[in-house]
Design a protein around this ligand. Structure first.
Ligand code: FES
Length: 121
């Protein structure tokens, strides 16, 4: 697959998704756990700009024996994209939908070299 220049390495951060366009395709790219991940900025639900939504950690709820919620915590080791249109969540690490792992964001292979970031598209 041909490689296309996406952006400079210095354009990426751990806190903000950068949206780039390559061959008419919008791609969201972010540093995550020391890696760089890139996904097509199209939600598999109804096409919303999924990479532009909130990023939030997995919510973990502790229940009592009658299934009443006792407390909730955030698991910062598992970050999610939250689609801004209807709130579907996707694991940032894999692109897998939290509600149905058979549904995934389109992921691109990314290479970083000489201060630039390339994507296979
Ligand atoms: S378009 Fe993304 S949740 Fe509906």
């Amino acid at each position: 697959m041909p490689e296309k220049l996406l952006c400079a390495s210095s354009d990426l951060s751990d806190t903000t998704v950068k949206i780039c366009e390559v061959d008419g395709v919008e791609i969201g790219i972010i540093r995550h756990n020391g890696d760089v991940v890139a996904y097509k900025n199209v939600c598999p639900h109804q096409g919303g700009p999924v990479c532009e939504g909130l990023r939030m950690p997995r919510v973990c709820v502790e229940f009592d024996d009658q299934q009443r919620a006792l407390q909730q915590n955030f698991d910062e080791s598992e970050m999610h994209f939250v689609c801004p249109w209807h709130g579907w969540e996707f694991k940032m690490e894999t692109g897998e939908a939290v509600g149905d792992p058979k549904i995934r964001l389109k992921r691109y292979k990314v290479t970083e070299r000489d201060g630039e970031v390339y994507v296979e598209i």
